[in-house]
Design a protein around this ligand. Structure first.
Ligand code: FAD
Length: 393
């Protein structure tokens, strides 16, 4: 038969292939990836790869032997441009359409670009290994400016500071990571950047990208009129789900691909997972799209067992988890972080801290910085939304 086709050869695609074989699926599996590279891991791109501590080859997710041994046909440099869910065909940019029995979509995200600046040299986004290597090549050319103090912007700033590059960060929000973890935690993280010599400018936006008249960025003009010189500009202003290729298909898209709690899309025989997919979360009563590494692996095991059939493995409720590495410290979060919730800081030494999110006296999540041991002890409390008073003193 036509077997299972995976579109998107990233983390979620690879984990799905692994889990399908582990679950005993023996039929054909084909993996289509738009990038020319074999599947690789993205977290190191803003960290070790950018700093030059690991190479592109160091971050591949599975070597060629995995694909051969597991009879997974990996087709790189192959972009899907459409799906016919009636005929069960994936159409490609180059080459004949690929038939499927089951289709799994894991196409990830596309970074948003700063407006009106396309084509200028020295202007970067960071999603792929090629992006990371290109930013690395620009190191040494002069000062860097980071637009957006989200996870990617903060990590790029930290990596560039480790390379002694002068760095300015600009973000309209009042603190770094405020959109993800809220302003209270953001202000604790801000100290790390300032301590490392970053010129951190929050509460102000970029009004204009300046160029040298010869096609290269020279800096930015901020919304308050200030001009900042920069030879390297990295924008980390968020991403959108890679779903354009599904336009006109029967697969429902809202905030990413709309899925039930097992990753099934609105079309029969089609699943989606990873950064591109918004799964229904019964506990929250809504669809949630998660752009973090651990989620992709967790969803892959659910999708694989749903495809293979049989009993769903019974597992304890998963407490969502993500991390970020900045200035030699690990920032980690547990739970469904709602940045608008009340935050209680439990410990803070000026650099390392531990804080919990509280809703109606119950612990819904936690963020730690350099406090892995203490943070992980909170996991069972977060899993059952224990009362704040239950935290051991
Ligand atoms: P991706 O890894 O993006 O893979 C999707 C793949 O699909 C891509 O290779 C893409 O080229 C391909 N594709 C897209 N469209 C098509 C098409 N039409 N046809 C064929 N192929 C297509 N998470 C954390 O929890 N902690 C971290 O510290 C962390 N750091 C990160 C640092 C960076 C720089 C980045 C970019 C991400 C980071 N993440 C981190 C997030 C994590 O990497 C993602 O959650 C994870 O990669 C999601 O996997 P995915 O397979 O859903 O998407």
């Amino acid at each position: 038969g036509a077997g299972i086709v995976l579109v998107g050869a990233g983390l979620a695609g690879v984990r799905t292939a692994e889990q399908l074989r582990r679950a005993g699926h023996s039929g054909p599996i084909t993996m289509l990836g738009a990038e020319v590279h074999p599947p690789y891991d993205r977290p190191p791109l803003s960290k070790e790869v950018l700093r030059g501590d690991r190479t592109a080859a160091d971050v591949v997710l599975q070597d060629t032997a995995f694909f051969a041994d597991n009879q997974v046909e990996l087709r790189t440099g192959v972009r899907a441009i459409g799906v016919d869910t009636e005929k069960r065909l994936v159409s490609l940019e180059n080459g004949p359409a690929v038939p499927y029995e089951e289709l799994v979509i894991a196409t990830g995200l596309v970074p948003r670009q700063l407006p009106a600046a396309a084509g200028l040299a020295g202007l970067h986004v960071l999603r792929t290994v090629d992006h990371s290597l290109r930013i690395r090549e620009s190191v040494g050319s002069g000062p860097a400016l980071i637009v957006g103090a989200g996870f990617i912007g903060c990590e790029v700033a930290a990596s560039l500071r480790a390379l002694s590059v002068p760095v300015t960060i600009v973000d309209p929000l009042p603190a770094p990571l405020a959109g993800a973890v809220g302003e209270t935690i953001g202000r604790l993280v801000a100290r790390l950047h300032v301590e490392a010599g970053v010129d951190l400018r929050c509460g102000v936006g970029v009004a204009e990208i300046l160029d040298d008249g010869a096609g290269r960025v020279s800096g930015v003009k901020l919304s308050d009129g200030t001009e900042i010189a920069a030879h390297l500009i990295v924008s980390g202003i968020g991403s959108r789900p890679a779903v354009e290729w599904l336009a006109g298909s029967a697969i429902e898209v809202a905030n990413g691909i709309t899925c039930d709690e097992r990753g099934r899309t609105s079309a029969d025989g089609v699943w989606a997972l990873g950064d591109v997919a918004a799964w229904f979360r019964p506990a929250l009563g809504k669809h949630v799209r998660v752009e973090h590494w651990t989620n992709a692996g967790e969803q892959a095991s659910v999708v694989a067992s749903d495809i293979v059939g049989g009993d769903q493995p019974t597992r304890p409720p998963v407490v969502p988890y993500f991390w970020s590495d900045q200035y030699g410290l690990k920032i980690q979060a547990l739970g469904d972080i709602d940045p608008s919730e009340e935050v209680r800081v439990l410990t803070d030494d000026g650099r390392r801290f531990l804080a919990v999110y509280v809703n109606d006296g119950r612990i819904t999540g936690a963020v730690g910085c350099g406090r892995a041991g203490q943070l992980m002890k909170l996991r069972p409390l977060i899993a059952r939304q224990a009362a704040l008073s239950e935290i051991p003193q």
